[in-house]
Write a protein of this length. Structure first.
Ligand SMILES: Nc1ncnc2c1ncn2[C@@H]1O[C@H](COP(=O)(O)OP(=O)(O)O)[C@@H](O)[C@H]1O
Ligand SMILES: O=C(CO)[C@@H](O)[C@H](O)COP(=O)(O)O
Length: 498
């Protein structure tokens, strides 16, 4: 049977999800790559590492699936958002990519908001935040004029991978929306933002639908792996938009909680949404004429990884988190705020840092681990609450995706903290599934996203809130909300002292 391959270019690894025409996952493969932190607050990756990982994933699938090279028909992508890749006139990478979780651009964000803030909000429906692409472009202009002089092409990670595979450079609307350079209603690069900040429009890629075809595999790659059919490559979309598609978030009643390196609370929005005045992000969806809103916890899984690597490096996630259900909600009076690399929603603050509050001698490693999961989930609740209040609705069902959805106790915690039914997916790889769906739609296997979702999105399991836990967590959440204002001045002063 014919296959499509969804490639999720994540922050920690590149994952391939091979799916057949019935929407069944035939195989998965992944390959890790490092993050480079040259200075505090900096976060970079070598774009070439993504292509190496992609080739490793193709190689693994070829070994594992007997008819992979005969039956693969289409490839598409889900990419980490906002991260800036710059190429020269001969398409060589000029410097490491500056990633979405890099917070070096506070000064550039202040400049954008003071010189052109109202216009940027009106055109892009978002405010300038360190993670977005435009401030990174200004940082290169100001701090690396030698590099800027050579820049001729700017793109996002999955577009660079698409270029390596096809030789063509394009960007879809969902990823373009996260650059802060797109007029999200007109679906065009904003000439007023670009001219204000001296960015030639032709440095930016041609815009295309997420399911639009950008080319076919280059002959070198086609031959290297021995693909028998012509493999078509489709633009793909922003990882969160793809996760939403892969989780079937195609109406306004169901929310999505994604716990990967970052955490996201997301909701579908129709075409006429006027935005949340920058309190939440509003971006174009991978579905034509639709949008989605979301709030972001910068260090979700990243907080858990930090904790595991620092205090329990020999343990697996499973052993570290075993038996946390035996500890009462609230981790016996321990709160954690996941601000270890600053925060985005609801506190756009690159200087805030994390904290454990209430630590005492009765607390074990497991208490700390549970408090971390709770703190990450409270932070996502901040976004859920903002969305519910601002748009006057209540999410009764939330689909949980990403690495965090692998743990059943965390799913129960999400049900209790969000006070909603949590639905799982057969594959927790929502973004990869969304990417595979874009390839399937692009190939014409389905008329539209709804028809594809009916066949491809497979839910598994439902976790309902436990009333006593909901009440207990509401009390802890009210205290959690007081930690940011109480620690802000201290955090900022500590950053200044460092
Ligand atoms: N078994 C597990 N239980 C709980 N959390 C997990 C588990 N495995 C991975 N994670 C968390 O999920 C995150 C990875 O999620 P993933 O969606 O793959 O991220 P990304 O796309 O950002 O690379 C890790 O940071 C880790 O904290
Ligand atoms: O910055 C954002 C969204 O605005 C992040 O969600 C990135 O898109 C990276 O996601 P993960 O690698 O954590 O999935």
């Amino acid at each position: 049977m014919s296959y499509v391959l969804g490639i999720d270019l994540g922050t920690s690894s590149l994952k391939g999800l091979l799916v057949n025409k019935k929407g069944e996952v035939v195989a998965t493969a992944s390959s890790d790559y490092p993050l480079i932190h040259e200075k505090p607050g900096y976060s970079e990756q070598q774009p070439q590492d993504w292509m190496t990982a992609c080739e490793q994933v193709l190689g693994q699938l070829k070994e594992e699936v007997a008819d992979f090279t005969q039956e693969l028909e289409g490839i598409s992508f889900s990419g980490q958002m906002h991260s800036l890749v710059v190429l020269n006139d001969t398409h060589e990478v000029l410097r490491p990519a500056i990633l979405w979780n890099d917070v070096r651009t506070t000064k550039q964000c202040e400049r954008i908001m003071s010189e052109f803030g109202e216009e940027v909000l009106a055109i892009t429906k978002n405010i300038a935040l360190e993670g977005f692409t435009l401030p990174k472009v200004l940082w290169i202009q100001e701090e690396e004029p030698g590099i800027w002089a050579k820049v001729r092409h700017m793109m996002l990670p999955k577009d660079y991978l698409g270029y390596c595979l096809t030789g063509n450079i394009h960007m879809d609307y969902s990823d373009a929306a996260g650059t802060l350079m797109l007029d999200i209603e007109a679906q065009k690069w904003s000439t007023s933002i670009l001219s204000k900040f001296n960015i030639p429009t032709d440095y930016l890629p041609q815009l295309i639908d997420a399911a639009g075809q950008i080319g076919t595999l280059l002959p070198t790659i086609q031959e290297k792996f021995g693909f028998e059919k012509e493999v078509k490559v489709f633009a793909g979309g922003a990882d969160n938009a793809c996760a939403a598609l892969g989780a079937g978030i195609l109406d306004q009643e169901t929310g999505m909680a994604s716990i990967g390196t970052s955490g996201v609370f997301l909701s579908y929005e129709g075409p006429n949404n006027k935005g949340y005045q920058g309190k939440l992000h509003l971006f174009n969806h991978v579905i034509p004429n639709a949008h989605y809103s979301m709030g972001v916890t910068l260090a979700a899984g990243h907080s858990l990884n930090w904790f595991k690597d620092t205090f329990a490096s020999n343990e697996s996630f499973e052993s570290l988190l075993s038996d946390i259900d035996k500890i009462a909600p609230g981790s016996d009076g321990l709160l954690f705020t996941p601000y270890i690399v600053g925060e985005r929603t609801p506190h756009a603050d690159s200087q805030i840092r994390g904290s454990f509050i209430g630590l005492d001698t009765t607390h074990s490693l497991k208490h700390l681990a549970k408090a971390i999961l709770e703190g990450i989930t409270f932070s996502l609740k901040d976004s859920q609450q903002l969305m519910e209040v601002e748009s006057n609705r209540k999410f009764e069902r939330i689909v949980s995706v990403g690495g965090g959805a692998k743990n059943k106790d965390w799913l129960q915690m999400q049900a209790d903290i969000f006070n909603a039914e949590i639905i799982g997916l057969e594959t927790e790889q929502g973004p990869g599934m969304g990417a595979a769906m874009l390839a399937a739609i692009g190939l014409g296997w389905f008329d539209d996203a709804l028809a594809c979702a009916e066949q491809f999105v497979k839910y598994k399991g439902s976790t309902k809130p436990i009333v006593e836990n909901v009440e207990k967590y509401q009390q802890y959440y009210e205290l959690y909300q007081q930690v940011y204002p109480a620690t802000k001045t201290l955090s900022h002063a500590l950053q200044a002292l460092k």
